[in-house]
Design a protein around this ligand. Structure first.
Ligand code: UDP
Ligand code: MG
Length: 318
């Protein structure tokens, strides 16, 4: 029996591309169903992330004409990551596997075949990874690559050049549903799940139509979320800085005392400088230590699952 494949596509003001996306996805799904690679119960689900244009009307029409398509409407614009999660969580219990993809056709839909193949070979998560970034502007490429490097340096494991084009099995999504965090950075969370993973390479093309919905401001806040949700390194840097300043102020103190003993200073300078130096170092160090605890609390309040059971050997399995 071929598996049921669902596709989740977040859309924000995408009226310009949706008809074409619908056309291409319909062809792709028909072919896959015909080749008996996926079940005829497979569906494509558009998530309308509070669009202000005709996106939702288009989704409604598409659904009316073709039951292959479904729609989820969010109460307001919640951003790409939240929209994606909303779609995944709404549908995963009906599917064997779910692929997430952007609406703008930048991701190559021909990679879907290979994702399904890898899923059938036993992979729970299949990452779509861009082989090249030639179609992106120099600015986008430089900022995106810099971002992956910073994330790596800070110890967060993200798959290099992987956006949110990926297949996840139902159990991988069930695992994802256990992550209760508010600051979503899905591509980082998915790597925490484990299970068998695989990679499919594809070439990223240009946006089919419309404008990028990720202006610099959103991109920066997304990158910041990624760093602060996956690393307490910035807090540790404060502690380290505090230690360095404390050490330097001890040297400064010795210098002050020596100058005072030698008698070559203006009265009052020594005590003033000593106080400033000491307090500066101690304050920074204390801030860092408080930061460490905030870091721990932060980790706790996320209520991430402490472990996930992969295999369950019980009496029925003989
Ligand atoms: N998107 C969304 N909500 C937003 C912003 C974007 O659902 O607030 C969707 C958008 O419709 C698209 C995907 O997220 O399907 C990626 O956005 P975009 O292509 O504009 O980003 P870029 O490829 O330029 O990084
Ligand atoms: Mg795009």
């Amino acid at each position: 029996m071929p598996g049921i494949l669902f596709m989740v596509v977040p859309c924000y003001n995408e009226e310009a591309v949706l008809p074409e996306t619908t056309h291409r996805l319909r062809e792709k799904f028909s072919a896959l169903i015909q080749q008996e690679l996926i079940s005829p119960q497979s569906r494509i689900v558009y998530v309308d992330d509070g669009s202000k244009d005709k996106t939702w009307e288009i989704i409604c029409d598409t659904h009316r004409q073709d039951r292959l398509f479904r729609g989820v409407k969010l109460s307001r614009n919640r951003g790409h990551q939240n929209a994606l999660l909303a779609g995944l969580m709404t549908v995963y219990s009906e599917a064997d596997a779910v692929i997430s993809m952007d609406a703008d056709l930048q991701d190559d839909i021909n990679a879907i075949d290979e994702m399904v193949k890898k899923f059938n070979e036993g992979a729970d998560i299949v990452y779509g990874v861009r082989s090249k970034r030639e179609t992106d502007t120099f600015f986008k490429r430089a900022t995106a690559e810099g971002f992956y490097k910073v994330m790596h340096a800070l110890g967060a494991k993200v798959v290099y050049n992987h956006a949110d084009f990926r297949l996840m099995s139902r159990r991988a999504l069930a695992a994802l549903s256990e992550y209760g965090e508010i600051n979503l950075f899905l591509r980082g969370m998915v790597t925490l799940i484990g299970y068998k993973t695989d990679i499919v390479y594809y070439e990223r093309s240009e946006r089919f139509a419309g404008e990028s919905k990720y202006p610099l401001k959103k991109m920066l806040s997304f990158a910041w979320d990624g760093i602060t949700s996956f690393s307490v390194k910035p807090l540790q840097i404060i502690t380290a800085l505090g230690m360095v300043v404390c050490f330097l102020s001890v040297i400064g103190l010795i210098y002050c005392l020596v100058s005072w003993i030698c008698g070559s200073v203006v009265p009052g300078w020594t005590s003033m400088t000593m106080i400033v130096l000491l307090l500066g170092g101690v304050q920074l160090l204390s801030l860092g230590i408080i930061g460490e605890y905030i870091g721990k609390i932060y980790g706790e309040v996320k209520h991430r699952p402490r472990y996930l059971v992969e295999t369950y050997l019980n009496d029925e399995e003989k």
